[in-house]
Design a protein around this ligand. Structure first.
Ligand SMILES: Cc1ncc(COP(=O)(O)O)c(C=O)c1O
Length: 252
């Protein structure tokens, strides 16, 4: 399972090659990456399944729900059927035109996005490119500022990639992260942490016996990351304010 974290498409060409070599199914978590691309590919194009989220925090949202893409047409039909109880016809098929019997072909789920929700997505599609361009400009300002700020680094977008710029995160000294986080908030700027290392959360520790030290890269990033504000309607003054708050908090 490859995750397109923060809007940057994972190195799907490498994952594809690995999956092909080992006969594995490749699932892409593209929840952050509707608008992203890398090496000429978009989200869901190299994975067997691409999973998208329309949850409230996402760049393309209808409050809740998501979508799956499948490279294989047969699997696409299977997913469609599984999402509507396993019936051979969905409601639109059943009630458009003349009645025809439908069959229960397998045991499925009720995992369809409602038409009302889907209609909210449609009206956002033409706005995606403009919003991305604005978030890109904001991220470039952050990058230029934090490149010059001692004690702050950030995950770089590699050449050949178009990040969907879903979240902007910085890395700071792990032992000071929580203090810096509190200081930025005290200056009136909202923050989040995406994400602390998952294996150190209660359920995974207790269920699987995971402990600190087992996944040092995840722990280092989880301990040092801070998400700062990013939304397309941000003004230049707000961007300045965020940069100043982060710099002041890091300088201590
Ligand atoms: C990287 C990532 N994957 C998956 C999800 C889950 O999406 P959903 O809540 O639509 O299942 C989220 C977020 O909310 C996410 O940030």
């Amino acid at each position: 399972m490859a995750v397109d974290l923060y809007g940057l498409l994972a190195d799907l060409r490498a994952f594809r090659a690995l999956a092909d070599r080992r006969g594995l199914v490749l699932v892409e978590d593209a929840a952050h990456c509707v608008e992203g691309g890398r090496d000429g590919y978009g989200p869901g194009q190299l994975a067997d399944y691409g999973c998208f989220s329309f949850y409230a925090t996402k760049n393309l949202t209808c409050g809740e729900g998501g979508a799956i893409s499948a490279r294989d047409g047969g699997k696409k039909n299977l997913l469609r059927q599984l999402s509507t109880h396993g019936m051979s016809r969905n409601a639109a098929d059943r009630y458009a035109g003349k009645y025809q019997h439908w069959d229960m072909e397998r045991l499925g789920y009720k995992y369809n996005l409602s038409d009302v929700n889907a209609s909210m997505l449609l009206s956002q599609l033409p706005k995606l490119a403009g919003r991305l361009a604005r978030r890109e400009a904001i991220c470039r300002r952050y990058e230029a500022a934090f490149r010059e700020t001692p004690g702050v680094s950030f995950p770089a977008v590699p050449d050949g990639a178009v990040s969907a710029r879903h979240l902007f995160t910085v890395w700071v000294e792990p032992s000071r992260r929580d203090a810096i986080l509190a200081d930025i908030q005290a200056r009136g700027v909202g923050v989040a942490v995406n994400y602390r290392a998952v294996h150190l959360t209660k359920y995974y520790r207790e269920r699987f016996g995971f402990a600190r030290g087992m996944f040092p890269s995840a722990e280092r990033i989880g301990d040092s990351t801070i998400t700062i504000p990013l939304w397309p309607a941000m003004t230049e003054a707000q961007v300045d304010e965020v940069i100043a708050a982060v710099r002041a908090a890091v300088a201590g």
